[in-house]
Design a protein around this ligand. Sequence first.
Ligand code: DAT
Ligand code: MG
Length: 138
Amino acid sequence: MTTERTLVLVKPDGVARGLTGQVLARIEAKGYRLADLRLLHAERAVLEEHYAEHRGKPFFEPLVQFMLSGPVVAAVVEGDRVIEGFRSLAGTTEPTTAAPGTIRGDLGRDWGQKVQQNIVHGSDSPESAEREIGIWFA
Ligand code: DAT
Ligand code: MG
């Protein structure tokens, strides 16, 4: 048993489409616990740090612009193997091909090649989770 924490974001598309409740419901239904929760408008500096691994890639600026386009919900979620577990709930990056049953697969689609509009973010490792929680819940 490995109790972990992960950072989950409901991205601007998810908040704007009214999907926050569904995302949180899936997290809770799976048996994970909400340890912290905020609705906020992200600052550019926070996003540049959050997405530091993607700096220099062609999709970096469109991604930051998208994340600035509206409020996001940030959550710290706790549970056994929650990092892997939430990535599994979220589905793969591209919503068009994410498996049905996942958040991205059930609720997302291709809105004109805007892969960034994939509803949620989830940390990908224990190191990323602690780093990202520190950024969003400073
Ligand atoms: P994930 O969110 O599944 O961990 P990631 O860390 O590789 O994916 O990328 C971060 C976000 O950037 C992702 O949610 C959507 C966007 N993105 C990734 N690859 C992209 C691409 N090739 N074109 C446009 N946006 C992309
Ligand atoms: Mg990632």
